[in-house]
Design a protein around this ligand. Sequence first.
Ligand code: FPP
Length: 239
Amino acid sequence: MNLSPATAFPRHLAIIMDGNGRWATQRSLPRTEGHRAGAETARRIVQECLDLGLEFLTLYAFSRENWNRPAQEVGFLFDLLVQFISRELPDLEKRGVRLRILGEEQNLPFAARRTLAHARARTARGERMELNLALNYSGREEIVRACRLYLEAGGAPAGLTPETLGEYLYTAGQPDPDLIIRTSGELRTSNFLLFQAAYSELYFTDTLWPDFTPLDLRAAIADFQARGRRFGAVSEPSF
Ligand code: FPP
């Protein structure tokens, strides 16, 4: 599928990677196999986003609510993350990716924190695409945290505007997501980028994340390109 270069291309794409468990259950496999397949999809989609020239990609890898899963599954997800980062790091570095973490890192397992810190340092000079991994992330907590940081920095309550608040979010300095994709047929955003998603276009697909292909990504972007974004304004000036 050829994407139109003439129509607005998203600068920032965010993805809620959902359906790993169902994918595995459909195949009578343990849920962990779904996550393994999901990590492979994440790898392919990162590569495709680089090929397409996307500037910012956010992947929702672990929500704060995901701690409620069985300890064995949580442990597996973080082991997978460490493997994923360690394996992909040379390529990410080579392709000019800069890694950023959205979420509370201090509560993550030590091996994950160490791997993420190393990867962040190694990719710090990447200028081609910023890859945000949302880990132990909660949109509500992010907003509360930003308000606290603003006040702790001596900000006056009256000076708190959407713009100043944005400077205290994990995504400070980045454009808001133009497009948010959620796989697996669930029609909600699950505490993801609550503040930043104010004008994001939403795209829902029944495809389970492990089955989501680069072609599916292009279809989502083509759908985005066919939409008229007005940001609250009228479509045609009436005077
Ligand atoms: C949702 O599927 C997915 C997650 C909670 C974790 C996302 C993790 C990955 C895609 C793999 C690791 C990613 C990286 C970047 C290494 P689910 O388990 O909620 O599926 P279900 O709703 O069908 O149960």
